[in-house]
Ligand binder design. Structure first.
Ligand code: ATP
Ligand code: MG
Ligand code: MG
Length: 357
């Protein structure tokens, strides 16, 4: 039986491994960050996937990424570079924040003329959790820093109402299946909390599915992809794409009969994919740079995923999925978390309560 090898052994790789177990899919998440001369016993019919868009080149990563069954091979580099990712969106007429490339000739005044008084530069590659961003503000009259030229794009600051994401899958046959939209709250560029599904977002579902279908078909993509969007009134603008399972899809572990990790494995292995059934509305709270607190598991509706990483400030070390069987259970749990969790969680927890009350 073929194995599924994952480039990367962070939490996403671990959760893919876990998801394979009930289906007896042997998933092996591979550490490609620690230098080694080892290579792997890959079989010709094994399948290779990735939990990240980029990885350092080594004998090991080359062995995996040059295997004939490395699924979505060319997609990773295309989406890992914001220049080619944004170009793809433009080519498909998928709405996205207006942008331009920052090169040797880019004048900061031209950016302000095109995009307005606040412009967000983003590193073309390597950025995550809001790292790799640099704001240009006309009021501050500063130039583009040297070390951002030729390495970044510039985007219009979007005055969005809120952020949503769509997680979906495409099979080899071209069938696409989606979860309901997820509402997301970011703080300092990092995802803090998600809520899904929400009836008030239903009217945006078809719009979002049309956009992500077009993208996945164009790329002949197989597996789970996530599309982060800004909601501006009734319109969605794509912020960015992730060719993998995604943090904003973690609620599906508690909320659906088939979570995003199993969905991805099913697509890779050619297993049937019915529409995932939503069993519970859910809230996901990301655990960022916070110590494990045994009290979390005393909550009647909490499912903890603890990544067993060294706790460092700003680092994702776990997430808590809270199902919403009724409003009382949810509000009691959120109130408890408000007393147990530090300051940086007060805004996200209040944001969750506000959605329900
Ligand atoms: P991720 O961890 O999701 O990969 P990232 O570092 O790749 O994050 P983005 O998703 O591009 O960065 O941006 C992070 C957050 O910054 C967004 O979720 C949003 O809150 C804010 N942001 C990004 N682009 C814009 C924009 N053009 N206008 C306003 N806010 C923005
Ligand atoms: Mg990103
Ligand atoms: Mg993002």
């Amino acid at each position: 039986k073929p194995k599924v090898w994952v480039l990367g052994n962070g939490q996403l790789g671990a959760m893919l491994t876990h998801a394979g177990e009930p289906l007896a899919i042997n998933v092996r998440a591979v550490d490609i960050m620690t230098p080694t001369d080892d290579i792997l016993p890959l079989a010709p019919n094994d399948i290779i996937t990735a939990e990240r868009e980029q990885w350092p080149e080594s004998a090991l990563s080359l062995q995996l990424s040059t295997h004939p069954h490395f699924v979505n091979g060319p997609v990773f580099s295309r989406l890992a570079d914001r220049y080619s990712q944004k170009s793809l969106l433009d080519q498909l007429n998928v709405p996205t924040a207006p942008w331009s490339l920052v090169d040797d000739h880019t004048k900061v005044e031209t950016l302000y003329q095109a995009f307005g008084p606040r412009v967000l530069m983003k590193r073309r590659t390597g950025g995550y959790d809001g790292k790799g961003q640099h704001w240009l503000k006309q009021a501050e009259a500063v130039d583009i820093p040297h070390d951002w030229r030729n390495l970044a794009i510039a985007e219009q600051a979007i005055n969005f109402d809120e952020e949503v994401s769509l997680v979906g899958v495409r099979t080899r046959e071209g069938q696409c299946v989606f979860y309901p939209l997820t509402l997301n709250l970011h703080q300092d560029g990092i995802l803090m909390a998600s809520i899904a599904p929400l009836a008030r977002l239903d009217h945006l579902q078809a719009q979002a599915e049309t956009m992500l279908s077009a993208i996945m078909h164009e790329l002949e993509y197989v597996g789970v992809m996530a599309m982060e969007c800004f909601r501006v009134g009734d319109n969605l603008l794509v912020n960015e794409l992730a060719p993998r399972v995604h943090n904003s899809g973690h609620w599906t572990q508690a909320g659906t009969h088939m979570d995003q990790f199993q969905l991805h494995l099913r697509a890779l292995c050619g297993i049937a994919i019915p529409q995932p059934q939503v069993n519970f509305q859910c809230v996901m709270v990301n655990l960022i740079g916070i110590d494990n607190d045994a009290r979390w598991l005393s909550l009647p509706n909490a499912e903890l995923y603890w990544y067993n990483k060294e706790v460092r400030s700003g680092r994702k070390v776990g997430h808590l999925n809270l199902s919403v069987p009724n409003l009382t259970v949810l509000t009691n749990s959120i109130s408890a978390l408000q007393t147990w969790m530090p300051n940086q969680y007060q805004a996200p927890l209040a944001w969750i309560l506000a959605e329900f009350t």
